[in-house]
Design a protein around this ligand. Structure first.
Ligand SMILES: [Zn+2]
Length: 357
């Protein structure tokens, strides 16, 4: 099991609902603590989290309707935490008596249930909805999460299973260079090409058509809502096809090569070029890098990420001469030695050669 803690990118509405959850968790904890103290003083009895929760539902929830605005996991877990704090106090030497929680100090709460990591950096949480993270998340099943607030920022943390233990494979080839492209998904220095699959291109076309359809519908209308729903489904379809293609590519690379050389893409720098930016964002470079990183770890291969200033597309892979290569040129024609080859293939070979230098 690995654990991850990462910052959430929340809007004001989300901040409010997160604060409500933390508030209920704190309220339940403090109520539970006060109840436990009274109970212990009068009956010398310890209350379990289950008993406390039953009493909370009866005595507290009905009087505090804001409890119904949040997931019931938040108060439930707060009472389990309280039970543990009491147990620790009684069984661990020098452990202090549980203390009341103060607002704004270590605000946190727990959630479980239908949690889902969506494409890249979105996570779907019960009662809260879809929240964005700054970091790309591993697309693996998550059972529960803890959300906490530190210095005005919200963080999410959870554990996840990395799957089977890494198993190094026998490698066919020593080094391979990979050039990620727009028209082709990837071009490799051994000559293999991974095309953007047809299903993906078709789904993309559909997506563009449907986006136009949505924008023609009246805002707030029933038809628009329907169209938006269909659009979201299409988005998911496109993303799934993409992820599948990337998984095939990254598995093949990591299983069969000792060293894989890729280029770091300067995505923010490319944002200036609009067309290219959308293509790059679309081609899922971060997802590619993320998959390749953990698969190299699994299969015992090395991933080399070449500095983004290395002119992989400008160098002649035959003689080493360097010349300008505007984006529209699809063929590399060396003005020095006359060597002629596909632009992406030339770049892939240069990436491979980078390690041999
Ligand atoms: Zn040349």
């Amino acid at each position: 099991m690995k654990s991850i803690k990462t910052k959430l990118k929340v809007n004001n509405q989300q901040k409010t609902i997160l604060a409500k959850h933390a508030g209920v968790a704190r309220h339940a904890y403090n109520w539970g603590l006060a109840t436990c103290i009274t109970e212990y003083e009068s009956n010398k009895k310890r209350l379990s989290a289950i008993t406390l929760h039953k009493r909370l539902v009866r005595e507290v929830k009905s009087e505090n309707p804001w409890y119904y605005e949040v997931s019931k996991c938040a108060p439930q877990q707060a009472l389990r935490d309280l039970e543990r704090a009491f147990k620790n106090f009684l069984t661990i030497p020098k452990r202090g008596f549980p203390v009341f929680k103060k607002k704004g100090k270590k605000d946190s709460f727990y959630l479980e249930g239908s949690i889902k990591i969506l494409q890249g950096n979105y996570i779907k949480l019960p009662r809260i909805g879809i929240v964005k993270t700054y970091e790309i998340l591993p697309s693996l099943p998550v059972k529960n999460v803890t959300i906490s607030k530190r210095a005005n920022n919200w963080y999410i943390s959870f554990k996840y299973d990395l799957g089977p233990e890494p198993t190094p494979t026998l490698k066919q080839r020593d080094i391979i260079g990979v050039d990620l492209g727009i028209n082709t998904l990837a071009t490799c220095s051994d000559g293999s090409k991974f095309a953007n699959i047809k299903a993906y291109r078709q789904a993309k076309k559909q997506l563009v058509r449907h986006q136009r359809a949505v924008s023609k519908k009246v805002i707030g209308s029933k038809n628009r809502r329907k169209a938006v729903k269909k659009l979201a489904k299409l988005h998911k379809k496109v993303a799934d096809i993409r992820a599948d293609a990337l998984h095939k590519l990254t598995s093949w690379l990591a299983k069969n090569h000792s060293t894989i050389v890729i280029e770091d893409l300067n995505v923010s720098g490319m944002l200036k070029n609009h067309k290219l930016a959308s293509a790059i964002a679309d081609c899922g470079f971060y997802e590619f890098k993320r998959q390749l990183t953990y698969k190299c770890e699994w299969y015992g291969s090395e991933l080399v990420i070449v500095d983004r200033y290395y002119p992989s597309s400008q160098i002649c892979s035959n003689c080493g001469h360097q010349q300008k290569m505007p984006l529209h040129l699809r063929t590399y024609e060396c003005s020095e030695c006359g060597f002629e080859t596909d632009r992406d293939f030339n770049a892939a070979v240069n990436l491979k050669n980078y390690v041999n230098q």
